[in-house]
Structure formats: structure tokens, C-alpha cells
Design a protein. Structure first.
Ligand SMILES: *Cc1c(COP(=O)(O)O)cnc(C)c1O
Length: 431
């Protein structure tokens, strides 16, 4: 939390002696000094549009920060105006970065605001964006429809691409223009295919190693982060979040975040200072509350998913369960999983025997699980991608992605696993 020098909070403790504190411990107090807020144990919500400077010289110094006058990267020494910064957002950003041992973090009014601001901060006319596919539909729209209006083009590759395929993709992209960014999403939705981030980083080094600035690798880590995957450790520079999902975790807010290298996120901060799109103080406060239970919630949801998937896999009306815990031993995807992930998550694909009729009968009979799109909340959600989220995807592409009419997408919550199994068993009876 950056306030004027005299009001700076006590140094946040991240260690006791040599013992490094776990993120789950730090979420309760890190970055907030009660002495700055009348002893309040929890940070108040700072509902103010602007902040009072002690002296005119402070205002000048802070604005020099906001406008990057001396290379501060848009970060001011003190609080200025709520489009730039605020206490709630700064504490939230300090806590969010801890999960990945990252240098810095920025929060936004939605996942898509984070993604749009990130891309706009890096692209120039004539550039190329390399991306894994499939991507979240709105992200794909930005890269494939909006950026081309400004002369920015793309080269895509399938999420599971090998090192050899990646080398070829990098060469193709280089031939088309300056590569502004390598944008990944893993696991891909709804196929659950993992991207080999280590292979992408190695292919980038081979293709661009002689250049002064490597194109940054950004990765949408919404499905597994920040608990089960930490792609910065595999060579990514920026992780991207829809905080609406597991991080928010209660299906009651919309927000986004970027976590990663300071030098790169400074460019995004300058763009956010200009365009707006910062997370509002109330949502930031709700996210801080959510982060206190992030590990508990995600751990329980992950354990539930494991039990539910074990039940579904053997059911006679089920064709297949696309769950990261069931990767074929010795396969390339299993190898990526071993190197990149510490848990299989709680969002998976259930393929029923049959088609739309069977999928709809199943969805319409569920009692605990709610029929809604989205994921990562405390409650279990189920939907039919072919008829809902991916309805507008052309038939051939849908077939190539395995988005068939019998596919039900499920995000498991923190209910009692035994109750969920009874709910699914009952719904399968109706199929
Ligand atoms: C939901 C989602 C987004 C978009 O986030 P919003 O918060 O809805 O703007 C981006 N990527 C993935 C993987 C998502 O699931």
C-alpha cells in the first residue's frame, strides 16, 4: 500500500527467521497496517474518488510517478486518484502476487479488461501475436477480430503442440512481422489440453534469443491458478486471471488480474492509468476476503472433483470423462502435467453416451448442481457448451475441438462430495 512516506505501513513480514511463510498464511494480513486505519483489523473500503496531498510538492512527485516521468513505470509514491490506485487495490495486488512469488501484479474490472489492456499495451501496427488455441471465446475475438482492425495479425497453434511444431510456428510468425506477444491459455477450454510452457519458452529462446527484447509469454491461468499451476516457474512472464472464477470463488463478482515481471507490467500499468479499468475498491475488498480461503476452497473442490470423476468414469451411461487426473500414463500430456501442475483442478468435461437429448435430460434433472456457465465458485455448475458458450463456433471448428452435443461441462464446488455423487447418479438415471 503506497501512502506518503510518513504513513508507510510497517514492512510486511514474509518470513520468521529463515522460515518463509506460506501464501495461505499471508492472505490474512499482508500489506495492511491496522495502525493506518484506526486499528481496524480488516482494511476499510476506501470509497473515495481522490486523495488529499500533504504538500503541493507531494502532488507533483506522485504525478511524476503516474506519468512515468522518471521511469517509475506509472507507479506513484502515494495515492492520487482512484483511476490510478487505491488502498484496497494495492493491498489486493500485493497479496495476489505472493501466490506465484511474482514481482508485481495489477487488478482490473474484469478478466477481459485485463486481457484487452495487456494486449493493447504491447501491440503496434504490423505486429503479430502468436497464440495457442482454443482460447476463451472473448479473448479469441480480441485477437482475431479487434486487433486486425489496427493492423495486428496472429498465428495460432494447437494447445498440445510439440517443440518441433512450436519452432515452426515461431519461424512462420517471424516471417510475418515483429512478434509482440506469445499468448497462451492452459488448460484449453473445453478440451482441457495443456500447453507445454517450458517448450514454448525454449522455442522462443531459439527463435528470438539474439534480439534485445524477447516477445513476452503471457498465459491465462484461470483454470488451475494460482494454486495448481504457477506458469511463471516454467518460463512465462505474465499470468492472466479472470479473478471472477476460483480466485473470487463465490460467483458474486467480476474482476481480472495480471501477475508477473515488473518491467512488463509497468507498460500495462501506464495503459491502465490512461484507459481506466482498475478493479473498484468494493470488489477489491471482496477479493481480499476470497483470497483468505483460496487454498481451503480450491483444495476441497479439487478433492471433490477427484471423487466425482472416479464415480462418473465407471458409469454405464458415460462415454468419457475429460479430467486432468485421468491423463494416459506415459503420454505427452501426462508429461506436461507432471512438470507443470500440482493438481487436476475441479473443472472437467463429461461426455454422455448419446447427444443433446441426453445432455439436456441430465442437466434438467440436477438438483444440487446449478445449470449455469462460469466456473470456480463454491457451488457446482454444469452447462452444455455446444448449446451455450460455444453455440456461435462454426460446426467444423466445434467438431475439431471435440465440442459435441453430448458434452457437459462441470465445475465442482465445495459441497459434500457424497451429495454431489448422489445428485449426478440421480441425473444419470434420467438420461
Ligand atoms: C471467464 C474467463 C475469462 C474472462 O474473464 P471475465 O472475468 O469474465 O472477464 C478469461 N479467460 C478464461 C479462461 C475464463 O474462464
Amino acid at each position: 500500500m503506497s501512502v506518503t512516506e510518513s504513513r508507510r505501513p510497517k514492512d510486511a513480514e514474509t518470513h520468521i527467521g529463515n522460515h518463509k511463510l506460506d501464501p495461505s498464511t499471508l492472505m490474512m494480513g499482508y500489506g495492511f497496517d491496522p495502525a493506518l486505519s484506526e486499528g481496524s483489523l480488516k482494511p476499510p473500503i476506501f470509497l473515495t474518488s481522490t486523495f488529499v496531498f500533504d504538500k503541493a510538492a507531494d502532488g507533483k512527485r506522485f504525478f511524476e510517478g503516474i506519468t512515468n516521468k522518471h521511469g517509475s513505470g506509472g507507479k506513484a509514491e502515494g495515492l492520487v486518484y482512484s483511476r490510478f490506485n487505491g488502498p484496497n487495490q494495492e493491498i489486493l495486488e500485493d497479496r495476489l502476487k505472493i501466490w506465484e512469488d511474482a514481482e508485481t501484479s495489477l487488478t482490473f474490472s474484469s478478466g477481459m479488461t485485463a486481457i484487452a489492456t495487456l494486449l493493447l499495451a504491447f501491440v503496434r501496427p504490423g505486429d503479430v501475436v502468436i497464440h495457442s488455441g482454443p482460447l476463451y471465446a472473448a479473448t479469441e475475438s480480441i485477437i482475431n477480430k479487434i486487433l486486425p482492425q489496427f493492423g495486428v495479425h496472429y498465428v495460432d497453434f494447437p494447445a498440445g503442440a510439440t517443440r518441433e511444431e512450436l519452432d515452426e510456428v515461431m519461424a512462420n510468425a517471424k516471417a510475418k512481422g515483429r512478434v509482440a506477444m506469445i499468448y497462451l491459455e492452459s488448460p484449453a477450454n473445453p478440451t482441457n489440453v495443456l500447453v507445454d510452457v517450458e517448450a514454448v519458452a525454449a522455442a522462443r529462446a531459439a527463435a528470438f534469443g539474439d534480439e534485445a527484447e524477447l516477445p513476452p509469454i503471457a498465459i491465462d491461468n484461470t483454470f488451475l491458478g494460482p494454486l495448481w499451476a504457477k506458469p511463471l516457474a516454467q518460463g512465462a512472464d505474465i499470468t492472466v486471471y479472470s479473478l471472477t472464477k476460483y480466485a473470487g470463488g463465490h460467483s458474486d463478482l467480476v474482476a481480472g488480474g495480471l501477475v508477473g515481471k515488473q518491467s512488463l507490467l509497468d507498460k500495462v500499468r501506464l495503459m491502465r492509468n490512461t484507459m481506466g479499468g482498475i478493479c473498484d475498491p468494493n470488489t477489491a475488498w471482496m477479493l481480499m476476503r476470497s483470497l483468505e480461503t483460496l487454498e481451503l476452497r480450491m483444495t476441497r473442490a479439487g478433492e471433490n472433483a477427484e471423487k466425482v470423476c472416479a464415480f462418473l468414469r465407471d458409469h454405464p451411461k458415460v462415454e468419457k470423462v475429460g479430467y486432468l487426473g485421468f491423463l494416459e500414463e506415459g503420454s505427452r500430456q501426462a508429461d506436461i502435467y507432471e512438470r507443470h501442475c500440482t493438481g487436476a483442478g475441479s473443472t472437467f468435461s463429461l461426455y454422455l453416451k448419446g447427444g443433446e437429448r441426453e445432455a439436456f435430460a441430465f442437466l434438467d434433472t440436477l438438483k444440487i448442481a446449478k445449470l449455469a456457465v462460469s466456473l470456480g465458485g463454491t457451488e457446482t455448475l454444469a452447462s452444455a457448451p455446444a448449446a451455450m458458450t460455444h453455440l456461435s463456433v462454426p460446426d467444423e471448428r466445434r467438431a475439431a475441438l471435440g465440442i459435441s452435443d453430448n458434452l457437459v461441462r462441470i465445475s465442482i464446488g465445495v459441497e459434500k462430495a457424497e451429495d454431489l455423487i448422489v445428485d449426478f447418479e440421480n441425473a444419470l438415471r434420467a438420461v
